[in-house]
Design a protein around this ligand. Structure first.
Ligand code: NAD
Length: 294
């Protein structure tokens, strides 16, 4: 049996390549020729439709831009899948869409898991992704060997949608904390503190967090952070905005007040409109330092 891999973009391409490296037979499909060509070069057997990738597959992995892409594709391919196929969606999508996708698969007699990732393209390439998994234990157990070929850490968060819920809650913390860290550096600078002095205190005090100690938004204190290379690479601001919006959609349907999550969404909306979606999300400090009192 083969693995069907649908969506061979920035993330899906290297993930499919790692499955090949682990000895899986992978049939892949992506409508974008450049993505298909890159996957072919890494040993994926590229075919010209999703249905063709499914022929003989016991596992279907999707890595797509949005919930609409996932649901449209699931509606198209589920009727053609072998009974008992595992549907493993690694895209970042709305919790409600993840539950609907899993329901479509389950109603047709298949197993379904939502397994969004963190770790970015670097983690996808090095097979060090963290997977946040939602779905019944039986489906998780079936999925585990494939996840192991693509990642290094796996957390079974609960039933369908729980993986997406964990991902967007985590990234809401990250978006808010990056803004808090950036505001602190902006204020510290105006008060005459050097970035290094603030870092030396906060990184070992109660202000300590990933946004500060790993992805520090100012150049200098953490030489590997994107700030040291003009905010190139890293986690693109456009993807942070996408995840903050997903968190707001979930908060709204769950009736939960997330005032800071909403404010972070507004600030990243403005930042992406002005700066574009491509630079690391820590580049938001450049506008926060320029702006006067809000
Ligand atoms: P991408 O745009 O590079 O890749 C998505 C691919 O899906 C594209 O190549 C597109 O052509 C393909 N596609 C669209 N419709 C398709 C269909 N019907 N059948 C087959 N392929 C189809 O995006 P990406 O950066 O690889 O991200 C994929 C997902 O992973 C997104 O949900 C994103 O939010 C999430 N994610 C991305 C990162 C990152 O750093 N890039 C990190 C974590 C999570």
């Amino acid at each position: 049996m083969t693995v069907a891999f649908l969506g061979l973009g920035n993330m899906g391409g290297p993930m499919a390549a790692n499955l090949v490296t682990s000895g899986e037979q992978v049939a892949g499909y992506d409508p974008v020729p450049a993505a298909a060509d890159a996957a072919r070069a890494s040993g994926v057997s590229v075919v010209d439709s999703a249905a063709a990738a499914l022929a003989g597959a016991s596992v279907v992995i999707t890595m797509l831009p949005s919930g609409k892409h996932v649901l449209d594709l699931y509606r198209e391919i589920i009727p053609t899948a072998e009974p008992g196929t595992l549907f493993l969606d690694c895209s970042t999508i709305e919790v409600a869409d993840a539950r609907a996708a899993a329901e479509l698969a389950r109603e047709a007699g298949h197993l379904a898991v939502d397994a969004p990732v963190s770790g970015g393209v670097v983690g996808a390439t090095a097979a060090t992704l963290t997977f946040m998994i939602g779905g019944p234990s039986e489906a998780f157990i079936t999925a585990e060997p494939y996840l192991r070929s693509m990642g290094a850490k796996f957390v079974h968060c609960g039933d369908s949608g729980a993986g997406q819920a964990a991902k967007i809650c985590n990234n809401m913390i990250l978006g808010v904390s990056m803004i808090a860290v950036s505001e602190a550096f902006a204020l510290g600078q105006k008060l005459g503190l050097t970035d290094q002095a603030l870092f030396d205190v906060a990184s070992t005090a109660s202000g300590q967090c990933w946004a500060l100690t790993t992805n520090c938004p100012v150049p200098g204190p953490v030489p590997t952070s994107p700030a040291n290379r003009g905010y190139a690479g890293g986690f693109a601001a456009g993807l942070m905005l996408k995840d903050l919006r997903l968190a707001q959609a979930a908060a709204s349907s769950a009736g939960v007040a997330t005032a800071l999550g909403r404010h972070a969404t507004d600030l990243y909306t403005e930042f992406v409109a002005d700066d574009g979606p491509g630079r690391d999300f820590s580049a938001i400090i450049t506008t926060l330092r320029e702006n006067g009192p809000a």
